[in-house]
Each structure stands twice: as structure tokens, then as C-alpha cells.
Design a protein around this ligand. Structure first.
Ligand code: NAD
Ligand code: USQ
Length: 382
């Protein structure tokens, strides 16, 4: 298939582009390299050294003979996007290209507005460009499990049947997101649902959980193909942060009691989920929702797992409970459905001690690159 991967220079997008290319798909990356600029703004870095996008795709071509085309530009520049669509004529458009950090979106007014404009307007542009240039193209949009929040009922995959005053309907599952970033995803979902209904486009919204890990089979092939790995308090995510904290001898930073429970998946499953979704497209006019995670953990359980595995590797690890910088439930019911991708063939790579220690060992190699001032949280929701 001809597939565009927007956000193909990022943590999920780069390994996805490689995986799809390796499997014989014709891959085009769009990215404005904004993520690299946010590192500069925050005086932070990826734990792993990463090559430029140009070096990455050149090395991929040398190693495999496969070409990944790249377009450096912004989804918010419609003329640029339209021209890429005209040239690439995609059958699938995988959309990772958003500002994806909840703390970044909560820094101040400017960052909140930037996040929502970047994400919501970018996604609207993608929808218009598909409609104008490739109306059969299947849009595979990265949403997030955090759109649902932590309701006191089971979380369904996108829709819920409700009986009210004696009448029944199947309606979008209620959304209670926890940051301006998560809210941007909710706004995207409603825009796309509407667009499917009125224009007949085909969209799959992948409500992805928190992704952990670093390597896939393809990124391991050469240091120039290495994936980025975020550990700072703004872009680093729970499990990856704990692994890196353990590697540098920092206390594991559990926010509050640590009872916050979320869906998680390995980066190796992210790339497979995208392939499965591309190969099983939504119908024309369908707004389809998959919950893309494989297991649920509380933050404290993850910290305990990391402590156990790092201690087996000879490290000394302490867990600390910081005052929670976020406003969120710390003790709550959580039971989310995730059967649709598995019904289509996903075989989850679960989080065993062996998996965790392999990631830990890859992290330890680069521990001297950590800028320790960036580890503690400094963005407060209140
Ligand atoms: P990332 O920041 O590493 O990658 C996003 C990429 O998109 C970056 O390379 C950035 O430069 C690019 N980008 C951002 N805005 C753009 C724009 N307007 N035009 C062009 N390019 C733009 O993020 P990630 O961790 O790879 O996440 C990818 C997607 O998956 C995001 O939409 C995120 O919300 C979603 N997601 C991520 C996780 C996770 O744990 N990482 C979990 C659930 C959902
Ligand atoms: N947390 C800690 N300690 C830390 C970091 C986080 O206890 O050092 C807690 C947070 O308070 C929160 C939970 O861990 O309760 C998850 O936080 P996170 O930073 O790992 O994840 P989140 O902010 O939800 O965002 C990440 C990605 C985002 C994606 C989302 C998936 O950055 O792009 O959408 O995970 S989900 O959480 O399912 O919405």
C-alpha cells in the first residue's frame, strides 16, 4: 500500500515507518521536526542519540535498498499538505503528527493554545486534504485512551449502548479527559466522526495507551536508525521514565499514591497495530474506534516492577511518592475493553521481567546523557 506516516520522525512514527517499509509498503513521511525543537525549548534531549531524519532514511536505504520519501513541513500549511497528497496518492494516512505531552499543554496559556491549534487544525487539514486529493484514503488517526478519563464503569471501544427514559441508542462513549492535550484528542475525534458522517470518509481512531520500550526489530539494525526515548518530566512517560530513573540512581517518581491505572503497550505492538489497521480499513463513511493497549497497570505497580528488575541487575532503587503535580484520580475503578485489534490478529507482547530487563539494559548504555535537572516535574495543573 502507499502509506503516509505523518509524525514519522517521532517516537511512534519512526519505528512505524521502518516496520511498514520493511513489510513492503511504499512509505512517505511528513514531519515538521517540531519535536526536536521542543527539546531545545525545554533544554532537554532524547536519552538515545538520534540521527537527523535525512541520515535515518539514507541509512535505511543503504541497509535494505528500500526508499522512504520524506517531506519536511507542517500539517497546518494546507498548500504543502495538499501537494504531498497529490504526489503520494496515499491509500492510508497514519496521523501521529501532534503535540502529545499533557504537561507541555498545561505550561501556560500559550502552550495550551498552541497544542489545541496544532492538533485540531492539523487534523482538520488532513481531513480536507484527503477529501480533496484522495477521498478513498483510510485515515488512521492516533487518539488516546486518556480521552475517556477514569469513569466508574467499564470503558467500551468508542461507543456505548445507553437506555434512557425507555429508549435505547448507541452513542459515543462519554469523554472526561485530563489535560488540554487530551482534550485536543477529544476535539479531533468529534471532528472526524462528523466528517465521516457528512463526507463519507473512512477513519479509524486508535485510542492508544501509554507506549513503553524503545527498540523494534528495525530500529535495532543500526545506531543511525535508533529511536528517540524521552525521560524528562514534560515528554517522558511513566514506565520509560521509571526505567531511566532507576538507571541513574534517581528515586522513582510516583505522583501521589500511585493508584492511577492506565492501559499500556510495547512499541513493538504499536507498529503491528498500525499494520493491522491499515490492512483492515474502515468502511467508507465509518468512524471506527479501537482501544490500542495490551495491559493495564497502576503507576505504583510499574514502579515496583522496575525496582525489582533493576535490583536483579545490581542497581539500588527507591520509590518516592511526590506531591501529585496533576489533578487526577489516584484511586479509581479502571476496566477498559481492548478486543478489536486482537480479534484482527494482534498477539500482544506482554510486560514480563525479561522484557523489562532488556529495555533496562538498553537504557543503561546511555544513562550518562541524562540531564538530571529535567527529571523532577515542574508543571502543575493548578
Ligand atoms: P512524538 O512527539 O515523538 O512524535 C510526534 C511527531 O509529530 C514529531 O516528530 C513532531 O515533530 C511531529 N509533529 C507534531 N506536530 C506536527 C505538525 N503540525 N506537522 C508536522 N509534524 C508534526 O510523539 P509520539 O510519542 O510518537 O506520539 C505520536 C502520536 O501518538 C501522537 O499523536 C500521540 O498523541 C499519540 N500517542 C502517543 C503515546 C505515547 O505513549 N507516546 C500514547 C498514546 C497516543
Ligand atoms: N506519572 C507518575 N510519575 C511520573 C510520570 C507520570 O506517577 O514520573 C503518572 C501521571 O500522574 C499519570 C500517569 O503516570 O497518572 C501517566 O502519565 P504519563 O505522563 O505517562 O502519560 P500521559 O500524560 O497520560 O500521556 C502519555 C503520552 C500521551 C498519550 C497518553 C496515553 O504522553 O501522548 O496520549 O500517554 S493515555 O495515558 O492512555 O491517555
Amino acid at each position: 500500500m502507499r502509506i503516509i506516516v505523518a509524525g514519522g520522525d517521532g517516537f511512534c512514527g519512526w519505528p512505524t515507518a521502518l516496520y511498514l517499509s520493511q513489510r513492503g509498503h511504499d512509505v512517505t513521511i511528513i514531519d515538521n521536526l517540531a519535536r526536536r525543537k521542543w527539546d531545545k525549548e525545554l533544554r532537554s534531549n532524547s536519552l538515545t542519540p538520534i540521527s537527523s531524519l535525512e541520515e535515518r532514511v539514507n541509512r535505511w536505504k543503504e541497509l535494505t535498498g528500500k526508499t522512504i520519501r520524506t517531506y519536511i513541513g507542517d500539517l497546518n500549511h494546507y498548500d504543502f499538505l495538499r501537494e504531498v497528497m497529490r504526489q503520494a496518492q496515499p491509500e492510508a494516512f497514519v496521523h501521529f503528527a501532534e503535540q502529545r505531552s499533557a504537561p507541555y499543554s498545561m505550561i501556560d496559556r500559550e502552550h495550551a493554545i498552541f497544542t489545541q491549534v496544532n492538533n485540531v487544525v492539523g487534523t482538520l487539514n488532513v481531513a480536507y486534504a484527503i477529501r480533496e486529493m484522495a477521498p478513498d484514503c483510510h485515515l488512521i488517526k492516533l487518539g488516546t485512551m486518556g480521552e475517556y478519563g477514569q469513569p466508574n464503569i467499564d470503558i467500551e471501544e468508542g461507543y456505548i449502548e445507553i437506555e434512557h427514559n425507555g429508549r435505547k441508542d448507541v452513542l459515543p462513549f462519554p469523554k472526561q479527559p485530563g489535560s488540554f492535550y487530551h482534550l485536543s484528542k477529544v476535539h479531533d475525534s468529534y471532528n472526524l466522526m462528523f466528517i465521516c458522517r457528512v463526507w463519507g470518509l473512512r477513519v479509524t481512531d486508535l485510542n492508544q495507551g501509554i507506549v513503553y520500550g524503545l527498540h523494534t526489530e528495525e530500529t535495532k539494525l543500526d545506531p543511525a536508525l535508533s529511536n528517540r526515548l524521552d525521560y524528562d518530566a514534560v515528554f517522558g512517560t511513566a514506565l520509560n521514565r521509571f526505567l531511566i530513573q532507576a538507571a541513574i540512581g534517581h528515586d522513582l517518581t510516583v505522583y501521589g499514591s500511585g493508584g492511577q491505572t492506565r492501559g499500556f503497550l510495547n512499541i513493538t505492538d504499536t507498529v503491528r497495530c498500525i499494520e493491522i489497521t491499515a490492512e483492515n480499513p474502515a468502511d467508507q463513511g465509518e468512524f471506527r474506534v479501537f482501544n490500542q493497549f495490551t495491559e493495564e497497570f497502576s503507576v505504583l505497580d510499574l514502579a515496583k516492577m522496575v525496582k525489582r528488575v533493576a535490583e536483579q541487575e545490581g542497581f539500588t532503587v527507591n520509590i518516592t511518592h511526590l506531591e501529585n503535580p496533576r489533578i487526577e484520580k489516584e484511586s479509581h475503578y479502571y476496566n477498559a475493553k481492548n478486543t478489536k485489534l486482537q480479534d484482527l490478529g494482534l498477539q500482544p507482547n506482554l510486560l514480563t521481567d525479561d522484557v523489562l530487563s532488556e529495555i533496562f539494559r538498553s537504557v543503561v548504555i546511555h544513562k550518562d546523557r541524562v540531564i538530571s535537572e529535567n527529571v523532577l516535574p515542574n508543571v502543575n495543573w493548578s
